[in-house]
Design a protein. Structure first.
Length: 107
């Protein structure tokens, strides 16, 4: 409970100081204008960076999808190549068997 009372006192003190602040001072007004300009510039830069981030995130997602597709195609090609090699091996075995049969018939 004490901390709430202390916080309230600090807030009241800060509000009193703000009310007593002389905004007619040209240096303070200049500083406020300068800070306002910087704030606006930072907000613009933030918005531009957020847009670039969204664009990069979209590019990343698209590239990830393309990469997945390429990897799937590569797996399919590897499977086809393996099947082709197996067929060649089968044909070689059949050829060897036929040659053996021919040799038997010739002798």
């Amino acid at each position: 409970m004490n901390s709430v009372i202390e916080k309230e006192k600090k807030l009241n003190l800060a509000l009193t100081k703000l009310k007593n602040l002389n905004l007619k001072n040209p240096d303070i007004k200049k500083n406020i204008d300068n800070l306002s300009t910087q704030k606006n510039q930072l907000e613009i830069e933030k918005q531009e960076l957020e847009e670039k981030y969204k664009s990069l995130a979209n590019d990343y997602n698209n590239l990830s999808i393309k990469l997945d597709e390429l990897q799937n195609q590569e797996k399919i090609e590897q499977k086809k190549q393996m099947e082709f090699s197996e067929k060649i091996d089968e044909l070689n075995q059949e050829t060897d068997t036929l040659l053996d049969e021919i040799d038997k018939w010739q002798t």
